[in-house]
Design a binder for this molecule. Structure first.
Ligand SMILES: NC(=O)c1ccc[n+]([C@@H]2O[C@H](COP(=O)([O-])OP(=O)(O)OC[C@H]3O[C@@H](n4cnc5c(N)ncnc54)[C@H](O)[C@@H]3O)[C@@H](O)[C@H]2O)c1
Length: 302
């Protein structure tokens, strides 16, 4: 794809990483954040990542922090927001962006689970609005879900898919705008059952994670569930579902066990305890292990 002018709104965990990916792919990127410290540190965080990943450090020169929203988006072919996961904030932001962009500038939200329809419904030109759901860290996890609303034009979807494929990502087209899209629906269907297993005393949290990591988790990166169903046979899959599905948790809302953890201040690593207790050393070791695993996966694919 030809060089494009990209504008990234929100320079936090996701925003600075998304800017980095587009800059590395040769695009010119402006980045905006309403918090000055976040904007001012964006380039140094990108540079640190590029050094750590062994990527071309000159890419950071294609990223321009801009202190005014209208200036950041004014020339853009493509605007993607990665501000906080807050519907009114995202709605207001796109309302502020639309008057400053061309009528064909594509507008994208990196929301994790909020329907794009709810975020973009108030826009004047809704055919150029869509979702692009990246995964953390954006420069190491390949998938980007490109989500269409009922209004999104196929041209906007195609262009966005090409943009991300050209930047080395793995874009997929999500044709209907449902909460959580595809990836987070699947992920949280699994998490619901994980919490239920602990809540119902079947096993402890450490065992849940061990079971996944030492079994089907090992295969998941190369064998998707539906490939697996075909591998073992749809007849066997049907027989398993007849026995297991009626027994799975189907609570429509969050589990009481999870609600209690939060009410008790057991917020996970940031408070030292969630489903399990975490020392600072254990937290650092886990984060390092995840990063090392993702880098090795990237290197294997190269
Ligand atoms: N963290 C993840 O793993 C992950 C993965 C996929 C998608 N997302 C989604 O990406 C978005 C950003 O998440 P994050 O983890 O990067 O959050 P973050 O808190 O690290 O960054 C958010 C940034 O937005 C800025 N901001 C807030 N209001 C703003 C405004 N009005 N204008 C400009 N900037 C503003 C904040 O100053 C902050 O720098 C959320 O919608 C989140 O759900 C997160």
């Amino acid at each position: 794809m030809a060089k494009a002018r990209i504008s990234v709104i929100g320079a936090g965990l996701m925003g600075h990483g998304i800017a980095q990916v587009f800059a590395l792919a040769g695009h010119d990127v402006t980045i905006y954040d309403s918090v000055r410290a976040s904007l001012d540190s964006a380039k140094s965080r990108i540079l640190t990542n590029l050094k750590d990943l062994g990527e071309d450090e000159r890419a950071v020169e294609r990223v321009t922090p801009v202190a005014k929203l209208a200036d950041a988006v004014g020339d853009a072919d493509y605007v993607v927001e990665a501000v906080l996961e807050d519907l009114p904030l995202k709605q207001k932001l796109f309302g502020e962006i639309e008057p400053h962009v061309r009528s064909d500038t594509i507008l994208a939200s990196n929301t994790s689970v909020i329907p794009i329809t709810a975020i973009m419904g108030g826009l004047e030109k809704r055919e150029r609005a869509l979702g692009t759901h990246w995964w953390n860290p954006p420069f190491l996890v390949p998938l980007v879900e490109v989500i269409a609303t009922q209004w999104t034009s196929l041209d906007a979807i195609d262009w966005t898919i090409q943009l991300h494929a050209g930047a080395g990502k793995t874009p997929v087209h999500v044709k209907k705008d449902v909460p959580g899209f595809v990836g987070n629906r699947l992920q949280h269907a699994l998490w619901r059952e994980c919490v239920a297993l602990v809540q119902n005393g079947i096993c402890d949290a450490e065992t849940v994670d061990k079971v996944i990591k030492a079994s089907f988790g090992r295969r998941l990166a190369v064998l998707g569930p539906l490939e697996n169903a075909d591998l073992v046979g749809t007849d066997l899959t049907l027989a398993i579902h007849k026995t297991v599905l009626p027994d799975l948790d189907r609570t429509p809302g969050p589990s009481p066990y999870l609600e209690k953890l939060v009410a008790d201040g057991k917020l996970g690593m940031k408070s030292g305890e969630g489903f399990r207790r975490w020392t600072p050393e254990q937290q650092a070791a886990l984060r390092a292990r995840v990063l090392q695993h993702l880098k090795a996966a990237r290197d294997n694919e190269a």
